[in-house]
Design a protein around this ligand. Structure first.
Ligand code: DC
Length: 246
């Protein structure tokens, strides 16, 4: 039987890859569908962000030091409740700390180093064990799981993504300047898409979902339906709030 790179035989579990640029809604959509369908979920950006956080805290600069930290950092990603997931470094919850713009930029910089990406691959492929799993990121469908059962490329216009980020920050009671956020997002898009190793780009067999004119609820409904179809086609019974093998 064909093996997934994660070691679990293809057909024993479903792997769903959701890639796309910052602010396209990947996280919100994936958290909701993972919760509704009881799938394991990994926000792969949180791994890069956690290493980005450690890089700033510990002043790690050269590639060797970053690779060494990538292999020793005590990162875990946990389901904490319905639609709620948390990132931890050992027992320190860093979910909120990881959202800071400077951490995103740090993550994007270290993510351009091929050896760092390589060091973080095994964790992503093992994640979820034998459970159906959904992973979101930039290169899940191209590099981490080229053999994924369903690949979605979730995107939205840069302007809309920047507006969403402004609303998110304002909702959290923080100052948000559209022009600055737009520029920072454009810079990050360019770095993520322009790097030579694992650049942000849709896999050839990815389904493109443009959320520019969709509400979050509409985006969730759309992706939920795509996943249900994949589970059904692979012979898994799928019901909202739980999935079982036939
Ligand atoms: O999805 P995010 O914004 O949390 O990701 C933060 C940064 O990490 C992003 O700018 C690029 C990098 N990243 C990556 O290179 N590959 C991934 N699979 C996920 C994130």
């Amino acid at each position: 039987m064909k093996q997934h790179p994660g070691g679990v035989a293809k057909g024993e579990r479903i792997v769903i890859a959701v890639d796309g640029p910052a602010g396209a809604g990947k996280g919100a959509v994936c958290r909701a569908v993972a919760s509704r369908l009881q799938l394991a979920y990994l926000e792969t950006g949180a791994i890069y962000r956690a290493l980005g956080l450690l890089a700033l805290r510990e002043e790690l600069q050269d590639a060797d030091a970053l690779v060494a930290r990538a292999t020793t950092m005590p990162f875990t990603y946990r389901a904490l409740g319905a639609g709620v997931f948390g990132a931890f470094l050992a027992e320190e919850e860093v979910t909120t700390a990881l959202r800071a713009e400077e951490i995103g930029q740090s993550a994007s910089r270290i993510a351009a180093i091929p050896a760092v990406r390589q060091a973080l691959l095994a964790f992503q492929r093992r994640y979820g064990g034998s459970q159906h799993v959904i992973l979101d990121g930039r290169d899940v469908g191209t590099i981490v799981w080229p053999d994924a059962d369903l690949k979605i490329f979730l995107t939205a216009s840069l302007e809309e993504r920047a507006e969403r980020r402004v609303r998110e920050l304002q909702g959290a009671g923080k100052n948000a300047n559209f022009t600055e956020i737009y520029a920072a997002m454009a810079e990050r898009d360019q770095r993520d898409a322009g790097r030579t190793t694992a650049p942000l780009k849709p896999a050839e067999d990815a389904l493109l979902v443009d959320t520019t004119h969709l509400t979050l609820a509409e985006s969730i409904a759309h992706v939920l339906q795509l996943i249900k179809n994949t589970l059904n086609q692979a012979g898994f019974t799928c019901r909202e709030s739980f999935v079982e093998s036939q």
